[in-house]
Design a protein around this ligand. Sequence first.
Ligand code: SF4
Length: 392
Amino acid sequence: MKSLRELYKIGRGPSSSHTIGPQRIAEYALRQYGRQAFRVELFGSLALTGKGHGTDRVLKEVLGPDTEIVYNTQQTELLHPNQLKVYAGGRELFTALSVGGGSVVIDGQVDASPEVYPEANFAHIAAFAAAHGLSLPGYVRHYEPDIYPHLETVWQTMKDSVTRGLEATGTLNGGLALERKAKALFCANTKFELSVMRENRKLSAYALAVAEENAGNGVVVTAPTCGAAGILPAVLYYMYKDCNVPEEDILDALATAGVVGNVVKQNASISGAECGCQAEVGVACAMAAAALAQIYGLDVTAIECSAEIALEHNLGLTCDPVLGLVQIPCIERNAMAAIKAVNAVMLAKSLESKHKISFDEIVEVMYETGKDMNSGYRETATGGLAKVYHRP
Ligand code: SF4
């Protein structure tokens, strides 16, 4: 598994696979071939939702405004649902894949970054940690002793995205005329509100704040993707702001959540185009549950159980973004998943000893479920909500 730097990337929304990944591919094209007239052919999900997700915008920002963008929606035999080809001077230069969370594969070469963690899955990690008397943050520090400054930057970026999102008002671009709701939700003065509803409202407002920032092309952290970027920050911000959890504990929680995200990235997928929203929001929910369990000081078994419950109850979640935008259902879905993450930890705290399914097993099931999904439910905006919605 790779460094947590490869999991937690900082960049502009709305989509790690459709904006951050293509941006890195375009930067590679410039480095390798110099500035010239490029043509970029998009395939699969990049062709079907690239406009709504801003792929054309980032490619032109990096390669130049005259770059020709071709949307090839006909070719279905692809190496990956997010594939593109770059041409210049009448010849094909290279093929690239945007495989999720901003990671890319260019001409068959996975990101040049080295493998940092030798363990293959959660069971191996838990065994290594137990054998060496390590917590999960200790496991991260064992292999990446210099990762905490990066986690500090990640945490600062998350906090900034929550606070910016709580202040912002107005309508998001893209054609849905969707109003930002985080501020109104946070400030809602609800009479006779049950305490559980009040806390869920705050948690939801934090998640909406980041998800709306993401939809508005603001700077967010891939956790593990841009579309699901609100879930982990919402839970961490709530614990920091409303429960006075010290920031050093938040950084440990980020490390633990990173282990969970890395296991899924290594053994399955964090790409909505490959496995539906269960791979984005489902994995973010598992990461947030693991983070919260870490903050509670639960042991590795209970942390695993928290993450497993969170992912299990997102199985089958489809990706059907209306108009190909990362707005409906994505923004509210971040709020729902943040609440679900808290519930997963509550269940795990009480039921962990009776638990039957391992995190590695649920990751395998998530991957198989994603592979079985009709392509209409994998970030193509051709099924589900995207199909029933018609422009007014
Ligand atoms: S539905 Fe989920 S996976 Fe699809 S774009 Fe929205 S957040 Fe991403």
